[in-house]
Design a protein around this ligand. Sequence first.
Ligand code: NAD
Length: 649
Amino acid sequence: MRAITRALAEDAVEAIVIAGSQKIFSGGADIREFGQPAQYPSLVDVIDAIEQSPKPVVAAIHGVALGGGLELTLACHGRLAADGARLGLPEVTLGLIPGAGGTQRLPRLVPLTQALPMLVLGEPVDASSAAACGLIDRAVEPEALFKATQDLALDLARRPLRMTRDLPVRAIGDANALIEAFSLKHEARIKGRDAPAAALAALRDAVSQPVETALARERAVSLDLRAGAQSRALRHLHFAERQVFRYPGLESASPRAIERVGIVGAGTMGRGIALSMISAGLPVTLVEPKADILGHARTAIANSLASSVAKGRMLEADGVAASQRLTCAADLASLDDADLIVEAAYERMEVKQDIFARLDQVARPGAMLASNTSYLDIDAIASATRRPQDVVGLHFFSPANLMRLLEIVRGDRTAPDVLATSLALARRIAKIPVVAGNCHGFIGNRMLAVRRAQAEAMLTEGADIGEMDEVVESFGFPMGPFRMADLAGLDLGWSAAISRGASIRERLNEAGRHGQKAGAGFYDYDAAGKPSPSSVVMDLVRGFAAARGIVQRRIGRDEMRTRLFLPMIDEGVRILAEGIALRPGDIDVVWVNGYGWPRHTGGPMHYAEAMGLAEVANGLSAIGLKPSRALSDLVAAGAPLASLAHPEA
Ligand code: NAD
């Protein structure tokens, strides 16, 4: 504001250029300031001064212009960007809408069809698409940016200036119909979320209201959203997802070099992990003793790369390079030069121990040995080697090439530099890592097991499968527990040899109902994979209950909700109290990125705190479950979950 005031006052100044002084133009507001009272001049004041300036103001954008940074440029009289620059309004991802005129100026510069994905989904554009749609005047080579901007500014000084807000909204045809069609098309992504709905409403205002009215509404709505629960939850996750990279005690540990990766087992997980590594530039040797499975894996990986290329998610040359990084082998001996070996074989301790004992013979000294185990004791696996310090859990989620979460399981003797390497690897392959302590199921699956136990207990007591799934889905999960179990496969960790019909799940497996892939699990599936209720399962459940003397009853949705959510939350509190998770936010990051917990509620721990820990404890007591000691203590002390976090985390 000071610079603009000065430039306007000095007669010698004909035109004004705004440029970033460091690596980027502007990344937008510092969201840590959001809780604090506004100070003069606000961004809106600065933007108004720019737009109304009698001398032309032109933005020279390099690196990124995001959020408030981009809003500032929208009010300028011209915009140039360096090739490769990224421009966007990502506010919705934090539960907000732009509050400094972005929702009104954007659709006056770019066609509505382009403004919609930018505002409602928060999708950024690069400099060349920005030039194509009119968001900027031109993209130029980075070295030429400042000079070109100066020239444009001086050129504009010789012409009448126009304010962006005075331009008409760029819509061809029926603008409202366009907005409705977009909202319908993206209904699944938008449902239940305040910010995208507000962005849509702001665009409706842009086409129907005088600009002053629309700007005032935008401002008011953006402030409301900022104070609202959804934005608070999303901001919490924003910070939590950055904090997970910080693990106390690793300050002096330097990561080991990872140049070659070995993967053991070419099943569902081995394939996905291989894809994720080769796509990130790491050469992989995939070992699988069964020739047919290895052949399928090779084809599946090639197909997946080809489909990424076809969908425009990957350059053709990158796809080819990635496929050339894959080597397939039948024997563990070919892993002798690997810096990291990830085991993804069957989920049975004796299988894992056998493989790790053999890897101990084969792997070079200093190689990291990781298991993708979902539940098993990482120390017991490490004990099969003479180098437990090199052993760690790297728990990927299915499909491993797409799911962002990586649980890193720290064994009793895992070396600090192995943890540091795991965190660095996560960054390299674009995963969000969470370090977990060693216990049955670690953070995510340990809580999942509690939800599953409740779901299956309610099923035995007479609750309807479809209704239980709906309760979880209406909360915002993409899939309820039964549909998710069917998709993952009911036979994960199950074996015919030891199955004794002790649970409904074992019974279903014994009946060949292994889930969606078998066409039958908790649901029946048609050829297209569409689920429908199964009378076979209902009979089986009734028989199972009768044999145990359980009288079935009608179970309502409130009870379902309580039992499906509160016990798993309480398990999260235990996990925190035991130090298995370092901070409450780590648990939220696990559930949001690994299990589909709806982002806008912040994750299970944030949700519990928003609801009130006392409320959680009372809810558990009301259904006859005793809250954990850890939860009761917090409630008695009126202390927050953060009081259970690691002191240095
Ligand atoms: P899978 O059955 O699809 O694949 C396992 C593969 O390992 C098979 O191809 C098998 O032939 C091979 N294998 C078995 N013994 C071997 C040996 N000694 N040497 C080399 N290869 C061997 O199983 P999956 O679903 O890919 O699961 C693998 C591991 O990942 C398990 O520990 C599982 O708990 C874990 N996991 C699975 C999921 C999931 O959703 N599927 C998610 C996270 C973790």
